[in-house]
Design a protein around this ligand. Structure first.
Ligand SMILES: [Zn+2]
Ligand SMILES: [Zn+2]
Length: 274
């Protein structure tokens, strides 16, 4: 009680700085914000989860600048359809090209506040954003995947030189809390989390600014699995912060399947709008 009064007093005297636009604001003191009941993570719409987990960090305007992925979308690659009058179905591209990944899903479109937050996490060292964004990602996991069918979770690896330069892999940070969250939901279910079995053996240039074909070429043969026995026959879920053309995740999936994985799916926080 005393702590709560103190917190309210502190917030009314010292406003917070919005991590997206830089404006000062007084955080919402509503008890339900900033906290996420574990069970609500699975049930509530993604935009509600975003509002709840990001309230301490964003001004009221930036809190609403968020575009969740919504139906109708492709049941394989997750791309949203422009027409709103149909159900989810496989898109023409996926029917034609038979993508290597079984299912690709993202929480939201890479724009607005989420884009600024991902930038702040990766390039401005705002590592405390990894926890709320990781919870947002977990809510998408619960929405789009059956917890009982995923065996192995792998964050998309960075090359050692990039890791040294940044100091952390954002995809690893996003799932730091997941083993604990999964236990909360399904005590008997154990999913392997592995940040070491898939390695980026070749240094690649940044994919930013490269076209689809150049991106494919850039990551070709860049990954290797160190212990194939661990993934044999498993459904592997790849985690990343942003999905752009899918070249990196497709190359990882190819490597994993060639090394014995049965199927590979992808989940990211954000995806490019097209
Ligand atoms: Zn703002
Ligand atoms: Zn598709």
């Amino acid at each position: 009680m005393f702590r709560r009064i103190l917190q309210t007093f502190k917030c009314s005297i010292f406003p917070s700085k919005c991590l997206a636009c830089g404006q000062f604001f007084h955080p919402n003191q509503d008890k339900t914000t900033g906290k996420t009941s574990f069970y609500l993570i699975a049930q509530d719409p993604i935009e509600t989860i975003f509002y709840r987990v990001m309230t301490p960090f964003l001004c009221p305007t930036c809190l609403t600048d968020f575009s969740p992925v919504h139906s109708p979308f492709c049941t394989k690659c997750g791309r949203m359809f422009e027409s709103k009058s149909c159900a989810d179905h496989e898109c023409g591209n996926c029917i034609q090209s038979k993508p290597v990944c079984r299912k690709i899903r993202s929480a939201a479109i890479y724009c607005g506040t989420l884009k600024s937050n991902i930038h702040a996490l990766k390039y401005k060292n705002k590592v405390h954003l990894a926890r709320p964004l990781g919870r947002l990602l977990f809510s998408s996991f619960m929405k789009y995947y059956d917890i009982r069918t995923v065996d192995y979770i792998i964050p998309i690896p960075l090359h050692i030189s990039r890791l040294k330069q940044r100091g952390f892999n954002q995809a690893v940070m996003l799932i730091n809390e997941w083993p604990f969250l999964i236990k909360k939901f399904q005590e008997n279910r154990s999913i392997d989390f592995d940040c070491k079995n898939l390695i980026r053996k070749r240094k690649t240039v940044s994919q930013t600014g490269l076209g689809r074909e150049k991106r494919k070429e850039n990551v070709k043969g860049a990954f290797v699995v160190t212990d194939k026995s661990k993934i044999t026959g498993k459904h592997v879920l790849l985690i990343d912060d942003v999905y752009t053309t899918g070249s990196t995740s497709a190359e990882c999936a190819k490597t994993l399947i060639a090394s014995g994985a049965e199927t590979v799916s992808v989940l990211t926080l954000a995806r490019a709008s097209s």
